[in-house]
Design a protein. Structure first.
Length: 303
C-alpha cells in the first residue's frame, strides 16, 4: 500500500519527537515506581485501537481498513459493534486480516436482561474477545446523573453482568466518560466512587479513558493509586489546548507519567482512540492517520 507507506514516512519524525520527549524526563519515570533508573516501554503486543475511531472508514471498506491496521503494526483491536456484519462474519474479516478483537464495547441491557446479555456474551466469544466492556453511563435525558441511588442500582447491574461474563470465560470491564466524576446530590461521593466502591473487583475491572478522566478533573495517577491492580485497560486519547481531541502524543496529557504506574495499575492493554477521528471537518481516512500516529507514539514512548 504505497499511500500508507508514504504516510508512515511523514509521521516518523513526529513519533521520534514524542519518544525524545519521553526520554527527556527520566526523573518522572523513576518517580512512578519502576525504580533502579530503568527505562520502560509499552509492549507492542499490548497496543490496540478502538474501532469507534475508524467507524466511518470501516463503513467504506472494512477489509481494506483492517489490512491497513495490520500494515501499521496492530495485531489487536477493540470493536464497538460489528459494522453491519454478524459476529461470525466480523470474526472472519478479522481472521483474514490477521487481527484479534481482544476486547469489545457492548452495553449491558437497561433494565438488566440476563437473556439479552447472554446473547451478547455468545457473540463476544464468537468474535474472540477476552474482554467485554460497558462503554457509557452517567448521562440521562436531562443531563448528567446526580442521583446516588441510580449509580448504586447500576453498580448492582454491573456485578450481575460481570458474573455472567465470568461464567462465559470473559473479563468484564467498565469504561468511563466525564460525568461519573460529578459528586452525587446529598453525598460526598462521585458517581465513579460509587461504581468502583460497590462493584466486585473480581467481576468488574476498569478501562480508564484518560482523556475523559482529565475532562472530569481527575488525575489518572490518583485513580491508579486508589484502584491499584484493577485498571487493566486504558484509552490513549489526547487533549488539545481547547479541551477537544488530539492524536496521541500531540496534546497536553503526559502519558509517560501515567504509564510509569502501569504495573501498579494492572495495565495489560493500551488502546488508541480519538472520538472525532473521521468526522467532519476530518475525513474518514484521517482516522487511519490517527491510528498510525497513535501506534507509533505508543511504540516509541519511554517512561
Amino acid at each position: 500500500m504505497p499511500q500508507s507507506l508514504n504516510r508512515r514516512q511523514l509521521l516518523g519524525a513526529a513519533a521520534a519527537a514524542g519518544a525524545a520527549t519521553a526520554l527527556a524526563a527520566p526523573a518522572a519515570a523513576q518517580a512512578g515506581g519502576h525504580g533502579h533508573g530503568d527505562i520502560h516501554r509499552v509492549p507492542r503486543d499490548q497496543i490496540s485501537v478502538q474501532l469507534y475511531t475508524l467507524r466511518d472508514q470501516l463503513g467504506i471498506d472494512l477489509e481494506a481498513s483492517f489490512a491497513e491496521l495490520v500494515e501499521i503494526g496492530y495485531t489487536r483491536v477493540e470493536h464497538a459493534g460489528f459494522v453491519g456484519r454478524t459476529a461470525a462474519q466480523f470474526r472472519a474479516a478479522l481472521d483474514n486480516a490477521g487481527l484479534r478483537a481482544t476486547s469489545g464495547h457492548v452495553g449491558i441491557p437497561q433494565p438488566f436482561d440476563a437473556n439479552a446479555w447472554q446473547r451478547a456474551l455468545e457473540d463476544a466469544n464468537i468474535v474472540g474477545n477476552k474482554y467485554i466492556v460497558h462503554p457509557f453511563f452517567g448521562q440521562g435525558a436531562g443531563g448528567p446523573i446526580r442521583d446516588a441511588a441510580v449509580y448504586r442500582a447500576f453498580a448492582r447491574d454491573l456485578n450481575k453482568a460481570g458474573a455472567l461474563a465470568r461464567r462465559a470465560g470473559l473479563d468484564f470491564g467498565y469504561h468511563n466518560h466525564q460525568a461519573e466524576f460529578l459528586r452525587q446530590n446529598g453525598t460526598s461521593q462521585t458517581g465513579y466512587d460509587i461504581l468502583t466502591g460497590e462493584t466486585d473487583p473480581r467481576l468488574v475491572h476498569l478501562e480508564v479513558d484518560l482523556f475523559w478522566a482529565f475532562r472530569g478533573a481527575r488525575d489518572p495517577v490518583d485513580l491508579i493509586e486508589k484502584l491499584r491492580g484493577r485498571i487493566k485497560q486504558v484509552h490513549v486519547k489526547d487533549l488539545d489546548v481547547s479541551g477537544s481531541f488530539a492524536d496521541p502524543g500531540a496534546g497536553l496529557i503526559d502519558f509517560g507519567r501515567i504509564f510509569a504506574r502501569s504495573k501498579e495499575a494492572g495495565l495489560v492493554e493500551y488502546i488508541v482512540e480519538r472520538d472525532d477521528a473521521g468526522t467532519p471537518p476530518r475525513t474518514p481516512a484521517d482516522a487511519l492517520t490517527t491510528a498510525e500516529v497513535g501506534y507509533d507514539f505508543l511504540a516509541g514512548i519511554r517512561f
